[in-house]
Design a protein around this ligand. Structure first.
Ligand code: TRP
Length: 452
């Protein structure tokens, strides 16, 4: 089948490329910025425990399903869904998964780019000494000032989208692979260095540690469970066909289960380390864990502002965070881009500029929601908050659930068993998770979100 397909020639022939692209997609602002701030808002340990359960029980099986769907067809997500639907003689409506994925990726990138823009802005400001010697409340004031400054945010949002378009147009393979091979390990090394700082220099490591891992069962509220599941989807890039799009380029002899486990493990490790860096610093500087979206920026920058060489370390840190965000952003465009080029035969560069331009434009709404449009609210939420809420609580879980039902109940059994190539026992375990656990878990959070 793959041999007859015109796109099969696009297969990445290095066996590490898929791993790098998938890990690059998964590891991003979701781990370093979002995980600590959401865990902080929902009170730590209880949230972290539910989050870890969601990764293992829902995330990993779904990662395998999405990748398999992409690889078995070697088509863009929408056409993959169409082809498999007609091969299985199923109801055509399943292609909604492909449409939703493109829409969801679009929405996520509109606000993701704004936050990535903050990281770039911080890299610049640290390097130029803006924060030197500031205390935590002054650093906090600077974060406020940035969110109130629309032109400055638009500048960095534009810069990030321009970079994203440039790299996406060249493709992960040509555009980023070489860079990522160096940057991801460097980011990891820097995180370990920062972890050392939190352990030995803040005097509050154990306090941060307990905050993250002491489970207070009374804090497992409906809202916390919903947030934990949404975060699990977000951090693993699940529920919007991103890994389906990458799966289409994965060599046939790569092991999908092994790759999925490695990606989930690395991604979770990065998030946990980020939390262990952030919370001790939060305590050391008298900040609040529940501070919200500014948590990473204010806490780490307070530390950088007061250590020798902090300006350079901080610069390096935020540059690497921006690059991690870039490798995630690419995967948010890829499903749409793959389909547009397939469907209209459009050139990849022109298509990327068009899609990126539209995302950039809608993203202005997120920038303005912190200042000029702060009073513009839908269901009590600003545009920025609403975009995050709708994707985390509705679109990603819904996309994930439909993908799971499709893979577990609709698809011919042979498609999945061939792609996964697991022992019968493991395969049955996977099948149980994808047919029962994933849909049930998502239904449970919808129920909780509506009736909590
Ligand atoms: N997982 C990325 C992060 O943690 C963000 C991301 C990239 C994403 N592609 C995605 C989230 C697809 C949901 C779906 O930063």
């Amino acid at each position: 089948m793959a041999g007859q397909n015109p796109t099969a020639s696009k297969t990445w022939n290095n066996r590490w490329t898929f791993m790098l692209a998938a890990a690059g997609s998964a590891i991003g602002l979701g781990n370093i910025w979002k995980f600590p701030y959401i865990a902080g808002q929902y009170g730590g340990g209880a949230f972290v425990m539910v989050y870890l359960l969601c990764i293992a029980l829902v995330g990993v099986p779904l990662l395998m399903a999405e990748t398999s769907i992409g690889r078995s067809t070697r088509l863009s997500p929408l056409n993959a869904m169409r082809k498999l639907t007609s091969d299985s003689g199923a109801f055509r409506g399943w292609e909604i998964v492909g449409w939703m994925g493109m829409f969801t990726g679009f929405i996520i990138l509109t606000f993701y780019s704004v936050v990535a823009g903050w990281a770039m802005s911080y890299a610049w400001d640290l390097l130029t000494g803006t924060f030197d010697g500031m205390n935590a409340s002054q650093v906090g004031g600077e974060f406020e000032a940035l969110t109130l400054d629309a032109p400055r945010q638009i500048f960095w949002h534009t810069a990030f989208m321009a970079l994203t378009v440039y790299i996406t147009a060249r493709g992960v393979h040509k555009g980023l692979e070489k860079g990522l091979q160096v940057m991801m390990p460097t980011l990891f090394a820097l995180l370990i260095l920062m972890l050392g700082y939190s352990m030995f220099a803040t005097g509050n490591f154990m306090k941060g540690f307990h905050f993250m891992f002491d489970v207070d069962f009374s804090k497992i509220t409906g809202e916390a469970v919903v947030a934990a599941m949404g975060q699990a989807f977000f951090t693993l890039s699940l529920g919007m066909c991103a890994l389906m799009a990458y799966g289409a380029y994965m060599p046939a002899n790569n092991s999908i289960p092994r790759t999925a486990l490695s990606v989930a493990f690395l991604d979770t490790l990065m998030a946990i380390i980020s939390g262990l860096i952030v919370f001790p610093i939060v305590y050391a500087h008298g900040l609040e864990p529940s501070a919200g979206p500014g948590l990473l920026f204010v806490s780490l920058t307070s530390a950088f502002a007061n250590m020798t060489g902090g300006a350079y370390l901080g610069f390096a840190f935020f540059v690497l965070v921006s690059i991690a965000a870039l490798s995630s952003a690419i995967s948010l465009i890829e499903p749409t881009l793959a389909w547009v080029t397939e469907r209209f035969g459009m050139n990849r560069i022109a298509a990327t500029i068009m899609i990126g331009g539209a995302i950039w434009f809608v993203g202005l709404g997120s920038v303005l929601s912190f200042n000029h449009w702060a009073e513009v609210k839908f269901f009590g939420k600003t545009i920025f908050d609403l975009s995050g809420y709708v994707t985390d609580v509705i679109l990603l879980p819904l996309g994930g659930m439909l993908t799971a039902i499709f893979a577990g109940w609709v698809l011919k059994r042979s498609v999945m068993s061939q792609e996964l190539a697991m022992s019968v026992g493991m395969y049955n375990l996977w099948r149980f998770a994808i047919r029962i656990i994933v849909p049930a878990a998502v239904l449970l959070i919808f129920y909780t979100a509506i009736f909590k």
